[in-house]
Each structure stands twice: as structure tokens, then as C-alpha cells.
Design a binder for this molecule. Structure first.
Ligand code: PBG
Length: 330
């Protein structure tokens, strides 16, 4: 590259038209995925104190919520069930009458054009709150049994597909989860259903408010299955492994503290890449906005642009509906 010593970058920054002309990244409502919390046995919405603006919806309001989001330009939702039918293994998730299956059916029939993604995990359906079947741990008490959990995940994914889900999003961080789900789906005739894997998911303190959101009584650690935030090489290996197992879309979670991981995966994979802007990231912006120390809209747009710049195609965020409104107004 030849360097012109007196080059003036400011020539292309002089007017908003010029700046727009050379802008490298854009945001569209269709890039966002809206997470929704649906709770069993409630009749009105329940506020989540740490996440102002986010609520748990009763099943009876799911149809209306999906239509509202679609009306704002949102084209994909990620469903989380908050179950009252918990047991040791999360068996409600593989019942065709269970909460997960019911939510999928309701959302799809409300709005067939909305892409419905299920969060495929067990933690909101187990009494102990872990993301799978428990076994004796070697050093720190109870642990999650990898292969027993895989078998249950397979059953869960097939039931979700039978209920009409458009995409499976396994978030358990169990080894082999993508291969197991792919095999389960294929042998049940669902070769066409894609998997968006939570491929690089860290054991993060940024999930704190999510625990409020799903009303989890979980007190332990997920560090024997989720990743150590210190590890960058392993972060890449986790996603590359899921790609090898057949993941259609990869994901990094959380977002802002892991932009280096996003950029690294982007360089090594041709798959679409998603990021999960998680509950703690949302809560921190909301708290700072409520304290009047930041401009909420500007901060959120800048954060989302950082994800695009780092290499993400899709952004899962509790701000999705609000973003769609801001973008259509601008
Ligand atoms: C469950 C799950 C979690 C989140 C999404 N799926 C919590 C966890 O792993 O502890 C976090 C979402 C958020 O914080 O917004 N496996």
C-alpha cells in the first residue's frame, strides 16, 4: 500500500450524504431476532425488574405479541418457556403437549411468516436449574451428564420440529449437541430444518438478569459445560467443531465483551454468524439511561453497529422491537 502523507480522511466526512455513501455497515430490522419469555399459568404480563421494558408473557398473549413484533418489521423470534412442570430431566420439553411445543404452534399459527426459533435447553424445565441430566461430579458435586443429555436434546428437537419450528437453537453447551440434533432431525424427516448453535457460549456473569427473567432458582455454576471467559483459542475451536458437526449458523454469547471472538470466528468460517446481546448487557444500558448518564438510542445503535463491524450477520437482542422502530423513523 502506498501512503500519501498528507491524505485527508475528512474529505469523506464533510456531509451526511458523503458519510452515508461510504458507510461500511448497515442495520436492518430483519437482522434482529427478538427473544420472548412465555410463562405457564399466568394470566397477565409479569415485569422483570432488572430488565425494564422486558416482560414474561402469558401463553394467552403470545399470538398478539408475535403479530405486534411482525408489524414493526421483526421477522424472527426466539422462544423461551418458563415452565411450572419441572422435573429432574426437563421432560416437558419433549412432550408434544408441553410448553415448548405449544408456544411453537401458537406462534406459527398466529403468523406463519414469522421465523420461529426455539431455545433448546433444559434449565427452565428442570428443578435443579442445570442445562441437562445430572450426575455425580468428580470434584465439585453435581455435574451434567453429557451423553444422557444428548439423547434428551434429540427428542426435544424432534418434538419442536413436529410442532412446526423453523429453526432449532441448542444452548446447552453439551459436547456433540449439533451432531446429535442433526441426526435426530434427519432420521425423523426434518432434513430441511436448520440449526443455529450457541456454538461459543461463555459461563458469563452477564446472564445475571436472565435468571430473574426465567425465575430461576439456580444457584450453582455452569462452568463445567459453558466456556471459561479467559479462553480465546478454545472459543474458536468450539465454533469450528459445531460447524463440522453441521451447524447452519454459529453464535457468540455474550456480545460486547467478546468482539475479538466474533472477529476471529468470522475470519475462519463462511457460515452466518449470530451474536446474543444478553440480559446483563441490556440491563446495563437501561440502568445508565435511567440514571441519565447516556443517550440510550445512540448507545444501542453504536453497540449493534459494533457487532456488524466485528462480523455478525444476525443479532439477538431484547432491543429488537425498539430498534425496528428507531430504524423505521430514521
Ligand atoms: C439457557 C440460557 C441462558 C441464556 C440463554 N439461554 C442462561 C444461562 O446459560 O445461564 C442467557 C440469556 C441472557 O442472559 O440474555 N441455557
Amino acid at each position: 500500500m502506498t501512503i500519501t502523507p498528507d491524505f485527508r480522511f475528512r474529505r469523506l466526512r464533510r456531509t451526511s450524504t458523503l458519510r452515508e455513501l461510504v458507510r461500511e455497515n448497515q442495520l436492518r430490522a430483519s437482522d434482529f431476532i427478538l427473544p420472548l419469555f412465555i410463562e405457564e399459568d399466568i394470566t397477565a404480563t409479569v415485569d422483570i425488574p432488572s430488565m425494564p421494558g422486558v416482560v414474561r408473557y402469558p401463553e394467552s398473549q403470545l399470538e398478539e405479541v408475535v403479530l405486534r413484533a411482525y408489524g414493526k418489521g421483526i421477522r424472527a423470534i426466539l422462544l423461551f418457556g418458563v415452565s411450572t412442570h419441572k422435573d429432574d430431566v426437563g421432560s416437558d420439553t419433549w412432550s408434544d403437549q408441553g410448553l415448548m411445543a405449544r408456544c411453537i404452534k401458537t406462534a406459527k399459527s398466529a403468523c406463519p411468516d414469522m421465523l420461529v426459533i426455539s431455545d433448546n435447553c433444559f434449565c427452565e424445565y428442570t428443578e435443579h436449574g442445570h442445562c441437562g441430566v445430572l450426575c455425580e461430579g468428580s470434584h465439585e458435586g453435581l455435574d451434567v451428564d453429557n451423553d444422557l443429555t444428548l439423547a434428551n436434546l434429540q427428542k426435544q428437537a424432534v418434538v419442536a420440529a413436529q410442532a412446526g419450528v423453523d429453526m432449532i437453537a441448542p444452548s446447552t453447551m453439551i459436547d456433540g449437541m449439533v451432531a446429535a440434533i442433526r441426526e435426530g432431525l434427519d432420521s425423523a424427516g426434518f432434513q430441511h430444518i436448520p440449526i443455529m448453535s450457541y456454538s461459543t457460549k461463555f459461563a458469563s456473569a452477564f446472564y445475571g438478569p436472565f435468571r430473574d427473567a426465567v425465575d430461576s432458582t439456580f444457584k450453582g455454576t455452569r462452568s463445567t459445560y459453558q466456556m471459561d471467559p479467559a479462553n480465546g483459542r478454545e472459543a474458536l475451536a468450539e465454533s469450528m467443531q459445531d460447524e463440522l458437526e453441521g451447524a447452519d449458523i454459529l453464535m457468540v454469547k455474550p456480545g460486547l465483551a467478546y468482539l475479538d471472538v466474533i472477529a476471529n470466528i468470522r475470519q475462519h468460517s463462511q457460515r452466518p454468524l449470530a451474536v446474543y446481546h444478553v440480559s446483563g448487557e441490556y440491563a446495563m444500558i437501561k440502568a445508565a439511561a435511567a440514571a441519565n448518564v447516556i443517550d440510550e438510542q445512540a448507545i444501542v445503535l453504536e453497540t449493534m453497529m459494533a457487532f456488524r463491524r466485528a462480523g455478525c450477520d444476525l443479532i439477538i437482542t431484547y432491543y429488537a422491537e425498539q430498534l425496528a422502530e428507531w430504524l423505521s423513523a430514521s
